[in-house]
Design a protein around this ligand. Structure first.
Ligand SMILES: Nc1ncnc2c1ncn2[C@@H]1O[C@H](COP(=O)(O)OP(=O)(O)OP(=O)(O)O)[C@@H](O)[C@H]1O
Ligand SMILES: [Mg+2]
Length: 263
């Protein structure tokens, strides 16, 4: 265990009480973070796979998980940025469901970070918004410590979430700040046993993704069927030409497209 981890753990053990995850939780590194209680109906409304009975959706995310983990592991990569050309194409849902699918792998733990600081929706999507007292923006603005912004959703072992609490105006500045570097380096220290997913804004809407992309190992692009225009997708791929682009997830597809759906 790293020095930072053990001091965080000591601090947490000292200051926190009954809302903390108990020792019996299988995940080694997430057991002491703040416990969040996901609301099943909110998760179901968001189409979170653990709350809905949709075999096809689950198996599509499992295929995505297998392929993403294979690419990450074979390159010794541990961090993944998820973006799309435009708004509403399914970045947050893909990030959340991929994170949940990865967390089901007993050998893997996963940290899901909401870095769409202007239009954050990870906490809402996972039904834990009511539990969030501090988020990534609070840490970046110097108003919270790292351990205060990490939530461990009850009954989703091996998943930890770093949500954002409220919209941040100067998001680009904060993403390039020394505190962001500190957060990234803390997240990198977890990479011995964890994958980190960053849910980010549309790549064509602001420069957040391009500014932050050097800090991640790989990028996954989401496109929505019937929504994302070919030109936008090409422009997005062009902008990310210097990054390790894992592939394009076709979201909102009307039918499962076998092995071609992700590539
Ligand atoms: N595969 C899907 N099937 C049905 N609805 C979906 C699917 N993916 C996303 N949605 C819905 O589309 C909306 C936008 O999804 P989501 O918030 O994940 O997109 P986003 O790209 O993160 O948006 P933003 O650009 O605002 O961050 C949500 O209401 C979500 O429930
Ligand atoms: Mg989103």
């Amino acid at each position: 265990m790293s020095k930072i981890q053990s001091s965080i753990q000591r601090a947490i053990e000292k200051s926190r009480g009954s809302t903390r995850r108990e020792e019996s939780t299988p995940s080694r590194i997430f057991r002491n973070f703040q416990l969040a209680h996901p609301r099943e109906n909110t998760m179901a409304n968001s189409r979170i796979i653990s709350a809905i009975d949709d075999r096809l959706a689950k198996s599509a995310y499992d295929v995505l998980r297998t392929r993403v983990l294979h690419r990450l592991r074979s390159n010794s990569w541990s961090s993944l940025l998820i973006t799309s050309p435009g708004p509403g194409e399914g970045k947050t849902l893909t990030s959340s469901n991929l994170a949940i699918s990865i967390s089901r792998d007993v050998n893997q733990s996963i940290l899901l970070v909401d870095l769409d600081l202007r239009r954050s929706s990870v906490a809402k999507c996972l039904g834990i918004q009511h539990d969030i007292k501090a988020g990534v923006g609070d840490f970046l603005q110097g108003n919270a410590k790292i351990e205060d912004i990490i939530y461990s959703p009850d009954e989703i072992a091996r998943l930890a979430v770093l949500p954002n609490r409220e919209p941040i105006d100067n998001a680009s500045d904060l993403l390039g700040s020394p505190r962001m570097k500190k957060l990234v380096s803390w997240l990198r220290e977890q990479s011995g046993h964890s994958i980190v997913i960053f849910d980010m804004p549309p790549v064509l809407a602001c420069d957040d993704v391009l500014a932050f992309s050097p800090d991640v190992d790989a990028i996954l692009l989401v496109a929505a069927q019937g929504m994302t225009e070919r030109g936008s997708l090409e422009k997005a791929a062009e902008l990310l030409v210097d990054c390790n682009l894992l592939g394009i997830v076709l979201n909102k597809a009307t039918e499962l497209m076998g092995h071609d759906y992700y590539g």
